[in-house]
Design a protein around this ligand. Structure first.
Ligand code: KG4
Ligand code: ZN
Length: 337
């Protein structure tokens, strides 16, 4: 089955076709980063408008490659969670096509897309597994008992990890989007004179809190302004170390509590080099298999939506044309695949 997937939940327009028979993927990705840079963050209205401009032409390019729209058997799109106006662009394109062509259509949960993304490239993780989902909007530890059967073990009570990276980068004067830049700066030094707290690790439970790290960074910045390059790198190092260490501690706790021996990491922050290193090491120490998506499938993309959609569409799951898009949507409310 060839499934067309459309991702438009935030500031990336992703379009892809996934062929469930051959595993082949065709994809296009357009990032709106330049559009939002001067505002220092994503402006929802601008994001929606840019999806309108980019989604159909990107889809046209892919359809040319695969031999036209008739080669597509079904259509998947991101139904939520995300920015409502941005989601509506992909949803309308997908449903309009499905209606015109009389093909099945399905709205996909964005975080399920992330969660299943490692399966696009790595070997299939053994079920059950713990998933660490770390993106700009979410920080979740999930008990994945079966595909589509999710129980939230822990989540951030305030900022998501990616958000904390981006906000800290901003207050250090790094250009938007700051997360990857902050990470690169942190990786440019081997140590730091600063030590940040590991929030919520000294009490039981699997929830997170990252907003305090941003405040800790702000206090250091204020004390040391104007910042030179070395100081900036050392703050970045201490911040990244604290985030990664906190995630490691909670992943270990989740593995110990569930007794599972597979850990899947997904979402934009899954591209973080230090996080990948530290969790690989945890895997060795715990006798646990660690699965990361390929770097290109860590951040938002259409392939993960086409893939998650394909798994469900193959089981006969479809939406009717009157569905809505969802700014918030719990993973726990999904039906098993
Ligand atoms: O999954 P994603 O593309 O979009 C959301 O669904 O939110 O994640 C984007 C987030 C941003 O906050 C970005 O700063 C962060 O992932 N990110 C990183 C890295 N690459 C992307 N954070 C830390 N280190 C990285 N290498
Ligand atoms: Zn995402």
């Amino acid at each position: 089955m060839k499934v067309l997937g459309i991702e438009s939940s935030c500031d990336e327009t992703g379009v892809a076709v996934y062929d469930s028979d051959s595993g082949q993927i065709w994809q296009r990705l357009y990032s709106q980063v330049e559009k939002h840079r001067e505002y220092g963050g994503v402006v929802p209205e601008l994001a929606s408008r840019d999806h309108v401009v980019k989604a159909a032409p990107l889809m046209g390019e892919i359809l040319d490659e695969i031999g036209g729209i008739d080669a597509v058997d079904a259509i998947a799109y991101t139904r939520g969670p995300g920015l409502i106006g941005a989601l509506m662009v992909g949803a309308n394109l997908a449903r309009g096509l499905a209606w015109a062509l009389d093909k099945p259509v399905l709205g996909v949960h964005h975080m399920e897309g992330h969660l299943l993304a490692p399966m696009l490239s790595a070997e299939q993780p053994e079920l059950p597994f713990v998933a660490l989902l770390v993106s700009g909007g979410h920080t979740l530890l999930v008990d994945v008992r079966a595909l589509g059967d999710y129980r939230i073990l822990g989540e951030s009570l305030d900022d998501a990890v990616g958000e904390a990276f981006d906000k800290t980068a901003k207050l250090m004067g790094l250009p938007y989007p700051g997360g990857p830049q902050l990470a690169a700066l942190a990786d440019s030094v081997a140590q730091s004179r600063f030590e940040f707290p590991r929030p919520m690790t000294n009490r039981p439970g699997l929830d997170f809190s990252f907003s305090g790290l941003k405040t800790a960074a702000l206090n250091i910045v204020r004390q040391h302004e104007p910042l030179d390059d070395k100081l900036r790198a050392e703050i970045a190092f201490a911040f990244q170390q604290a985030v990664v260490d906190t995630l490691r501690i909670k992943c270990k706790r989740a593995l110990d509590e569930t007794g599972y021996q597979s850990l899947v990491i997904a979402g934009g922050v899954g591209a973080n080099r230090r996080l990948r290193e530290v969790l690989e090491k945890l895997g060795k120490a715990q006798n646990t298999r660690i699965y990361f998506p390929a770097l290109e499938y860590c951040t938002d993309n259409g392939a993960m939506i086409a893939y998650a959609g394909a798994l469900r569409l193959l089981r006969g799951q479809t939406d009717d044309l009157a569905g809505d898009v969802l700014a918030r949507w719990s993973l726990e409310s999904l039906i098993p695949i």
